[in-house]
Design a protein around this ligand. Structure first.
Ligand code: PGA
Length: 255
């Protein structure tokens, strides 16, 4: 397989510039001997210029949490792909459930953002996941496949190989109740199967699939032990440098 595991911190709307810079300095101290996984810090827009230099020279990369699909224009309050690349971002989260839920992002909008990310040299982390009621109604597979089709339509196989899909059941985010590892694996296998059918086995074998939703340093190892789970997208447990470092170490377990 040969996929490098990827742990991404999603800081959401937390941290001032000073707090973000302090995290960067602490992370470097924590991991003098870095774990053999990829680490990405998806920081708020206002802190990107502080976190980037703090991570420079470390094995960890900078990411953002959202982008607009246009490169520039009259879009008050929005941030574009070129603006993120300019600050050193290498990754960007697209279609997080909080954006779908609170800011009414649609699959069509998510698709435009995903394509914009590729155009501007940013590697997208596409978030998909079912809500609690959808799961209870037995609609998990249909929801995941619908979100995948909506976001990935028109993608090239070479782009799909660079994709990360984060399976994040909405009911597990911030709840303290993660999915079970076998359930997360079943979703990840469904996702990889869809990628294989759409873009070919080679691209599907290179794309990475993360689990997200109440991931902690002490439960991550069981997720990455699953054959189709290549890391995690982590909110709450990524806010402290010592905890993020512990996540990176846990993700390396058994790799
Ligand atoms: P959580 O958030 O780790 O705090 O559950 C995950 C996410 O929203 O990506």
């Amino acid at each position: 397989m040969g996929r490098t595991r990827l742990v991404a911190a999603n800081w959401k709307m937390y941290k001032t510039v000073a707090e973000a810079a302090e995290f960067g300095a602490r992370l470097r101290n924590e991991l003098a001997d870095p774990a053999p996984v990829e680490g990405v810090v998806c920081a708020p827009f206002t802190t990107l210029a502080a976190v980037g230099p703090a991570l420079a020279g470390s094995p960890y990369l900078l990411g953002a949490q959202n982008l607009h699909w246009e490169a520039q224009g009259a879009f008050t309050g929005e941030i574009s792909g070129p603006q993120l690349a300019d600050l050193g971002c290498r990754f960007v989260i697209v279609g997080h459930s909080e954006r779908r839920q609170y800011f009414h992002e649609t699959d069509a909008g998510v698709r435009l953002k995903l394509q914009a990310a590729y155009r501007h040299g940013l590697r997208p982390i596409l978030c998909i996941g079912e809500t609690g009621p959808e799961r209870e109604a037995g609609r998990t597979e249909a929801v995941l496949l619908g979100q995948l089709r909506g976001a990935l339509d028109g993608l090239e196989p070479g782009q799909a190989a660079l994709l990360t899909v984060a399976y994040e059941p909405v009911w597990a985010i911030g709840s303290g109740v993660p999915a079970t590892a076998p359930d997360a694996q079943a979703a990840a296998a469904l996702i990889r199967g869809h990628l294989s059918a759409s873009f070919g086995r080679e691209a599907a074998g290179e794309a990475r699939i993360q689990y997200g939703g109440s991931v902690k340093p002490d439960n991550l190892a069981e997720f990455v032990a699953q054959p189709d789970i290549d890391g995690a997208l982590v909110g709450g447990a990524s806010l402290r440098a010592d905890s993020f470092a512990a996540l990176l170490r846990a993700a390396a377990a058994g790799s």
